[in-house]
Design a protein around this ligand. Sequence first.
Ligand SMILES: C[S@@+](CC[C@H](N)C(=O)[O-])C[C@H]1O[C@@H](n2cnc3c(N)ncnc32)[C@H](O)[C@@H]1O
Length: 444
Amino acid sequence: MQFQLFIPGKNWRLSLAELVSFLKAKTVKFVVFSFSREFFVVSTEEKAESSIIDALGGTIKIGVSAVDFPTEIVNRAFLQKDKEAKAQIGREIVASGLVDAMVKGESEKTLFGVSVYCAERPFRSISKIIQRFIGSFIKSEMSVYGKKSRFMGFARDRKLPQLSHVEVLKKNLVENKAEILFCIGRERTFVANTVAVHDPFQFQKRDVGKPVQRKIFAISPRLARIMVNLAACTEGKVLLDPFCGVGTILQEALLAEATAIGVDINGWCVEATTRNLKWLKDEYALENAEYRVLKGDVHRLSQKIGWEQVDCVTTEPDLGPALRQVPTTSYALRVTEKLEPLYYGLLEEANKVLKSGGLLVLVSPYIKTRSGTPVTMEIEEKAVDIGFERVYPFKRKHFARDASVPENLLAMASLVDAERRHKIGREIHVFKKLSEKDREATLV
Ligand SMILES: C[S@@+](CC[C@H](N)C(=O)[O-])C[C@H]1O[C@@H](n2cnc3c(N)ncnc32)[C@H](O)[C@@H]1O
């Protein structure tokens, strides 16, 4: 059994949902041992390839745990200032082999870093103290081996003692096994080695480096990748985006080694997506990548694509007009009402073009209002009428038997991605097309 640590991006629920869906689609046997907004501990039968970081839009770092012990010891060491508990942590780190791995590096002086992640608040306020202790301890251990080392610090105003993925990348800390993750969970604390970090430059290249861009309407490549993973889109599958815009979702589908089909009502978008996908294929040397981009209206999708042709439909339809200020509830309701025919058309047609069991991942608007209660679209009832079933992001079976999983997480039907500065956020839904047999069973 291998414990792996995943450090999520800003929206931890979205990151966890993506990770679970990705591992499931890749038929990896896994169980989420524990989770918090700061880190997830996942146990897998075999160590997952560190290259999976490039396939995940919502994971910042992956670590492999070298040792774990009860958080009670960390509590005694740093909250109760117990010297023996501190010494015990030191002994655990020595026994883990993490220092040996760094000593083996070829450079004369090893640069290393320590990042501390805390699931619970009391440790957060003293996390800089914990980080300095671990750093000094490792430095003195390295000198025992006769190895010079430098402990990577950061600006005083940094809130939490955590190296950013860019810092880890720039200082080659993954290659040198030189970033230690000290992850303090509610029950257990894990000390790990970073084995992979998210490369923001690659995602940035696909965002602002592609030939045709459309800033206001386009989704980010990271969110597009998360949606592709929520759709269980793996190698050899066929993914359709019927509102493809400039092709951001399709780019990520091609990188997941799927066949991509794009449709848009706007001829300019068809042209733009075609250019962007050609660029991606050359830039990433995807010799076998297959794609088609067609002009068409979502209401006639099945005539264009044919029935039961695709494994996943992953898409972001229009989200309504851009808003200068947070609207009133009645204005927001008018916006969603106006969008209904488009969304209902999508549900009808997606159900026809999807193979049985195929997934539809779609974004609908999440409009903030002056009253404080957001306005969203009621699409579940219509989707169920048509023959879909909602897929909940989190199921009890994904978590370890003794992991504490709040009921409200399991009851969460959709995922929301809304930054503070946005007036309209995105609500992300996953629906599964039921087979005729399953449908009949639900009607009985
Ligand atoms: C929010 S944008 C999608 C942006 C896309 N995800 C991207 O990253 O570029 C919605 C797209 O839907 C297209 N569209 C609007 N109504 C449509 C319809 N009835 N059928 C097909 N496409 C439509 C628009 O032209 C627009 O490009």
